[in-house]
Design a protein around this ligand. Structure first.
Ligand SMILES: NC(=O)c1ccc[n+]([C@@H]2O[C@H](COP(=O)([O-])OP(=O)(O)OC[C@H]3O[C@@H](n4cnc5c(N)ncnc54)[C@H](O)[C@@H]3O)[C@@H](O)[C@H]2O)c1
Length: 352
């Protein structure tokens, strides 16, 4: 299995393979870049098909965290961990304690948090072995409201850029996924006067949105093609793909889902069709911003003011994207790279 020559390695600083035979832990911790601070990133627990798939996921996700943290101004770097296996079969307090010992051995270069397949309760077991844990119950709380707020201000920034006004009154928004983030986003959009079209695979939440927000319900496989102004994917990744990209009617794609572009070129295809895309890792950074504020003096109002900065970041990004002729998803990577390069230069000058 290639590591250094993996297409996703991209100058990772450190990749740690962790095994604890007694608890059955097989995990990988990937630290991509700590120029801006400790690598902060969640722990994904997933039944990967093989080690290569797990490594690829860890590398791809930790690099993504570097870029996300850089543009979110969190003073953190990028890292991620993955545990191989099905949580239902092998999760145990001992397994998380063992993982905590590996995290601790990194001396704070990696700060772990929850992600798909792990919970605050699991992180509490990790905490028994290390203090380098974020997102604990009783800390900054559920990150979803912060993510929803960031997505809301991001939609407004996209509207302002596209139409000259961020006013949501009468704006038609299609929200795919009415979970933790999607529901709270709908609540804010409805309060601001938007007309909602919604879809979810759960009928109960759809019915609730219809009665509470006056939303129109539509098929979850077809919502991308709704006749709306904004499409907000808040459920699955890869929703902009070969099947959907040409069917979009919305002029703006701005939602919380991770990895919305099935492949990079789908971002170019959106730009070519005149669809303004708010890059996922920029608009959905509210949760990580909130977590980065966690600590003894945690102040939610201050953290949420920081989350609202996502609007300004996106405005800068859209402007540069226009003036430099680069699609927003490419512009985002460039801007994140610039933040890190500037910090590296500053460190070099200090050390000289
Ligand atoms: N929660 C956060 O703070 C956060 C932060 C960053 C990114 N995200 C991303 O935002 C998205 C939503 O996160 P969440 O925390 O609200 O998740 P969630 O699990 O609470 O909600 C997801 C919702 O999508 C629905 N869904 C699943 N498949 C669907 C489909 N095919 N069509 C329509 N709906 C479908 C589910 O029924 C559920 O209601 C995810 O992609 C997540 O990775 C979340």
């Amino acid at each position: 299995m290639p590591v250094f020559s993996s297409a996703h390695f991209d100058n990772h600083e450190e990749v740690v393979f962790c095994r604890d035979a007694e608890s059955g832990l097989n995990a990988i911790i990937a630290i991509h870049d700590t120029t801006l601070g400790a690598g902060l990133g969640g722990c994904r627990f997933w039944p990967y098909a093989d080690e290569e798939e797990a490594l690829t996921d860890a590398l791809r996700l930790s690099r993504g965290m570097t870029y996300k943290a850089a543009l979110a101004g969190t003073g953190r770097g990028g890292g991620k961990s993955v545990i191989m296996g099905s949580p239902r079969d092998i999760a145990s307090p001992d397994l998380f304690r063992a993982l905590g010992r590996f995290v601790d051995s990194l001396g704070g270069r990696y700060v772990i948090a929850e992600d798909v397949g792990t919970s605050p309760a699991d992180m509490a077991h990790v905490r028994e072995s290390t203090r380098f844990v974020a997102g604990l119950a009783g800390g900054s709380g559920d990150p979803s409201p912060a993510t929803a707020l960031g997505t809301f201000v991001g939609i407004r920034a996209a509207l302002k850029h596209r139409r000259g006004s961020s006013d949501l009154k009468g704006v038609r928004v299609a929200v795919q996924g009415l979970g933790h983030v999607g529901w709270d986003l709908c609540r804010q959009l409805h309060a601001a006067g938007a007309h909602l079209t919604v879809a979810d695979i759960r009928d109960d939440v759809v019915e609730r949105a219809v009665s509470q927000f006056g939303a129109s319900a539509t098929d979850s496989r077809e919502i991308h093609a709704a006749d709306v102004d904004v499409f907000a994917p808040c459920a699955l990744g890869a929703v902009i793909n070969d099947r959907t990209v040409d069917a979009l009617k919305a002029g703006i794609v701005a939602g919380s889902a991770n990895n919305q572009l099935a492949e990079d070129w789908h971002g170019d295809a959106l730009a070519a069709r005149g669809v303004l895309y708010a890059p996922d890792y920029v608009i959905n950074a509210g949760g990580i911003i909130n977590i980065a504020h966690e600590g003894p003096g945690y102040d939610q109002a201050k953290a949420f003011r920081h989350v609202e900065e996502i609007g300004r970041t996106l405005t800068d990004l859209f402007r540069r994207s226009d003036s430099e002729g680069l699609a927003p998803h490419t512009m985002a990577d460039r801007m994140a790279g610039e933040v890190i390069a500037r910090a590296k230069d500053a460190k070099r000058r200090l050390a000289a």
